[in-house]
Write a protein that binds this ligand. Structure first.
Ligand code: SF4
Length: 383
């Protein structure tokens, strides 16, 4: 298949659904976690779960970069923007709306007078710093391995240019550490409340890191991983490949997304990232708590462009809103409709938690593509 339409072909999807139904053993259940928010989005958008037999269940994982960012990291940016008049914070649009402490978000802080701007890329933030030498421009960087190389590149450019009014508040996180944390979580290991038979491996992330880093999960934890593209037929084919592995008692890394992902990944991007970043000992994730060696910080030669060092910023952990189930959803323990606020107090227009903010978040994907209809609606009659 060469064109995107072919990966969305309804007739092919029906054939694939029939093959999945044939191959799924009716005597057992299958539970697969799609790690990546892009897959969550595709599954909701194209109604993939409706095409699966009842004994094949998809579990949303912590693969949405906006969703896994803890409140305390957003608070750091808000505190900086509100306390230093010379600072301009730049970040991606979704980050602006994530609820933070004290009823604030970056967007609400902007309404209070902070200079906070939306950018489409790290390069936009760097360009803004060049355009406004009188301002101190801070790029609030988030994301998994996919968005890390562009951040590394701007840090190297800032160093080469000697651009003193630019810095990065680094929140980049690592996919394999999050998968490991899920596999080591009590819900998976001890309680069995999250039965996991395998993973759909992320698409974009794997273009950078390749398929090799997942071999550990297949070998050590006996969990099959199938890396898949973002189109509905990609996801369905990956589910079929996972079912086959489970049926045959195999636990291997397979690559459905061969048109883009290789075993070794993008070596140039990996070299750039390791030149600029090093591992953080600890980093807090929303829903997963502190995960050792799960995030990146800026290396010493680039310290002048590290906003945490430049402005003496400290992370303060903040508990999530107790009514919001984002944490449990990100661990695969609950689904969006298990949250009392879903579709009532919490909607994409008025998000109460991070999973409703980004279109890749489980709650937003579920809401935007009509999965909220799973909720029984009781219609009253006018008297
Ligand atoms: S519906 Fe809203 S409040 Fe509930 S888990 Fe999702 S984001 Fe959090």
């Amino acid at each position: 298949m060469k064109y995107v339409d072919e990966f969305r072909d309804g007739a092919l999807a029906a054939k694939l659904a029939a093959a999945i139904a044939r191959e799924a053993d009716t005597g057992r259940d299958y539970a697969f976690m799609e790690f990546c928010g892009g897959h969550t989005h595709a599954i909701s958008r194209y109604g993939v779960t409706d095409l699966l037999p009842a004994n094949v269940r998809m579990i949303h994982g912590p693969g949405c970069p906006v969703c896994v960012l803890p409140i305390g990291r957003i608070d750091m940016a808000i505190r900086l923007a509100l306390s230093r008049a010379e600072v301009t914070i730049c970040t991606y649009g979704d980050c602006l709306r994530v609820p933070a402490s004290g009823g604030l978000s970056l967007l609400k802080a902007k309404a209070r007078g902070a200079d906070i701007r939306m950018v489409y890329s790290a390069a936009d933030a760097l360009a803004l710093a060049q355009k406004m030498p009188e301002r101190d421009v801070v790029f609030f960087a988030i994301g998994f391995e996919t968005t890390t190389p562009p951040t590394a590149l701007v840090l190297r450019q800032a160093q080469a240019l000697g651009l003193a009014n630019f810095s990065v508040l680094c929140n980049h996180v690592l996919t394999p550490s999050a998968i490991l944390t899920i596999l080591e979580s009590p819900e998976v290991r001890e309680l069995g409340t999250v039965p996991l038979d395998g993973f759909i491996g992320p698409a974009h992330v794997s273009t950078i890191i390749g398929s090799r880093p997942y071999a550990f999960f297949a070998e050590e934890y006996r969990k099959p991983v199938v890396i898949a593209g973002f189109e509905p037929l990609d996801v369905m084919q990956a589910i079929r490949m996972l079912i086959r592995q489970v049926n045959e008692g195999r636990a291997e890394v397979e690559n459905e997304f061969t048109r883009v992902v290789t075993e070794e990944g993008n070596l140039k991007a990996q070299a750039l990232v390791s030149e600029v970043f090093e591992l953080r000992r600890r980093f807090e994730w929303r829903g997963l708590r502190e995960v050792p060696y799960s995030a990146l910080r800026i290396r010493a030669p680039f310290r002048k462009w590290d906003a945490e060092a430049k402005f003496g910023l400290e992370f303060v952990a903040v508990p999530d809103n107790r009514a919001c189930e984002c944490g449990a959803i990100l661990r695969g323990v609950k689904t969006p409709i298990d949250c009392k606020l879903f579709g009532t107090a919490c909607t994409p227009e008025n998000p109460m938690g991070s999973c409703m903010v980004s279109s890749e978040g489980a709650c937003a994907a579920h809401y935007n593509y009509g999965r909220f209809r799973d909720i029984p609606v009781v219609a009253g009659t006018a008297s």
